[in-house]
Design a protein around this ligand. Structure first.
Ligand SMILES: [Ca+2]
Length: 361
């Protein structure tokens, strides 16, 4: 549940890195050749040009970074097939069309079943979602409860609580969507959620191994190139980029692929289960061992049970990879406004700073 969220912390998360381990190119004989650093995404099919999407060429690129947080390392060569991706995150207007057409009810609008959450206090068993509220001054930044508050009645139509609305926010990214909500939208639109590798390939905009989606400087010449937090988090937002919370999509310049808001504004769900560096390293090592006359594992894809937070064994809820950072990423706290940045999030979480976009293969 959202109250278990460990989101937005600047702590060095013991995480990896490699959402899909290597492809092992193998011959028909017992001699096998491994391409240790090549990850191949699933084969895809050509599609007609969809509205509001851009066709990306696919190819090999350097995924991850060794210059920031440990969960992004090591840098490795990854290959993705060509795919289409939404030019912008899904907006409130688009999500409203989906809800109107399907009657979909988001997770944040449903009271949690105590049977699914052992230890849940009865007074907390109400529909709601996590809302960010800045503090009045400096706080212990290891305690996220100082700025994250579970608000009954907060949902995508009421982003700050039951008395709030999305009036005037039609072109802002939809928020308070759990992973299943994002996937339901994608399926309705005959699309899918991106893999972590696809998302990062898209965010880099064709720049090889750059720190940011636009180059190697966060704010070149003082230019604000994404919606993030300028100032001291979580109490002093200078809003040099003009926005304290979400911003209309396309407010900032597109990246090299013509995609908007890949960085900042809202974190975006991907389809990949999150795994720790140590676990993934073990899987890779096992996959490398040659096995005569046996077909090696061509691709290790993390499973849901692999993604469960080992520090919260009582909470067996899987975690997916979030990408892109949000309007809450701050140089003073959490520098995850970069293509390589990643964060684990339990799939039932919804907040004021998580949204999504879709792909088509
Ligand atoms: Ca901002």
């Amino acid at each position: 549940m959202p109250w278990d969220c460990v989101f937005g912390t600047a702590q060095a998360i013991d995480a990896d890195t490699r959402p899909h381990t290597k492809t092992a190119a193998h011959a028909n004989t017992c001699q096998q050749t491994y391409e240790d650093d090549i990850v191949k995404e699933p084969a895809t099919a050509e599609q007609a040009a969809p509205t509001g999407m851009t066709k990306l060429p696919g190819g090999r690129f350097t995924m991850g970074s060794e210059r920031f947080y440990p969960e992004e390392a090591p840098s490795r060569t990854v290959e993705v097939d060509p795919f289409w991706i939404d030019n912008v995150p899904v907006t409130n207007a688009q999500f409203a069309d989906f809800v109107s057409a399907t009657g979909h009810v988001t997770l944040a609008e449903i009271a949690p079943d105590p049977r699914d959450y052992p230890g849940l206090l009865p007074e907390m068993a109400h529909a709601g979602s996590l809302v960010f509220e800045k503090t009045t001054g400096p706080v212990d930044t290891t305690d996220i409860s100082a700025w994250w508050h579970f608000r009954f009645g907060a949902d995508w139509r009421h982003p700050l609580g039951p008395d709030s609305t999305i009036e005037g926010l039609a072109d802002h990214p939809v928020v308070h969507v759990a992973h299943a909500d994002a996937l339901a939208y994608a399926q309705w639109a005959n699309k899918d959620l991106p893999t972590e590798a696809e998302w990062e390939f898209a965010a880099r905009g064709g720049l090889e191994n750059a720190d940011y989606a636009w180059g190697d400087e966060l704010a070149p010449g003082g230019a604000m190139l994404a919606n993030y937090w300028q100032g001291l988090f979580p109490f002093a937002n200078q809003m040099l980029d003009g926005y304290e919370r979400t911003s209309p999509v396309r407010t900032y310049q597109a990246n090299g692929y013509g995609l908007y808001d890949m960085i900042g504004n809202v974190w975006e769900w991907t389809s990949d289960w999150y795994v720790s560096a140590s676990r993934l390293a073990g899987a890779r090592a096992a996959a490398k061992k040659p096995s005569c006359c046996a077909t090696p594992t061509r691709q290790y894809r993390p499973r849901e049970r692999d993604s469960v937070d080992p520090d919260t064994p009582d909470n067996a809820i899987g975690r997916k990879v979030l990408k892109g950072g949000s309007h809450l990423c701050a140089e003073s706290y959490c520098q995850r406004y970069r293509p390589a940045a990643r964060h684990p999030q339990t799939i039932d979480s919804s907040t004021t700073h998580i949204g999504f976009r879709c792909v088509r293969r």
